[in-house]
Design a protein. Structure first.
Length: 182
């Protein structure tokens, strides 16, 4: 069997959220992530991480124009980079925006109370799985947004102490049902 090579490499920065860097990271961590981006074809920063990557102080407010301007700054270095920005707070919604070949897309889901440790990891894993199953980038992002929402809902119902991660059994059912119908 011939070995297949991937035509994509995803980088999830995993360094900050809600306007703040995660504790314990070295002072040059943002710069290290910037250098890794040059190897990636897709990046999945949340809104805070995106602002740090372009050298801005994180601000909680974001509208479609501000996010696009931030992505445009990344594209100065690599116009082919696909960017998925998660965790954009818009009223009672959480927005995900993705950018490919100078076009942008938006998908909102309802905001759930509290913090969900590992939700970004779930998102990137589902995105990767969708791409590995041969679905388009656009469809893979939608799958990741919707799949993560399924995991968030299950976790909100079943896990009082969310420091221990996400519940994924409903997500796995969703993925099996969704991917077998494509």
């Amino acid at each position: 069997m011939a070995e297949q090579s991937l035509s994509w490499l995803i980088l999830d920065p995993v360094m900050a959220d809600n306007g703040t860097m995660y504790p314990g990271l070295p002072a040059d961590y943002v710069e290290q992530v910037r250098s890794l981006i040059t190897e990636a074809t897709i990046i999945t920063p949340n809104w805070t991480e995106l602002q740090l990557l372009i050298g801005q102080s994180p601000q909680p407010e974001a509208d479609r124009k501000r996010v696009r301007q931030a992505v445009d700054q990344l594209w100065l270095h690599d116009p082919d980079l696909k960017v998925v920005v998660t965790g954009i707070s818009v009223g009672d919604q959480v927005r995900t925006m993705w950018f490919e070949n100078d076009s942008d897309h938006v998908l909102d889901t309802r905001k759930r109370p509290g913090h969900f440790y590992g939700s970004g990891d779930v998102f990137t894993a589902v995105l990767s799985g969708g791409l590995a199953n041969g679905i388009s980038f656009n469809q893979a992002v939608k799958l990741a947004v919707r799949g993560t929402a399924v995991a968030l809902d299950q976790t909100a119902r079943e896990v009082p102490d969310r420091r221990f991660g996400m519940r994924l059994s409903q997500l796995l059912k969703y993925l099996v049902n969704t991917l077998t119908t494509h």
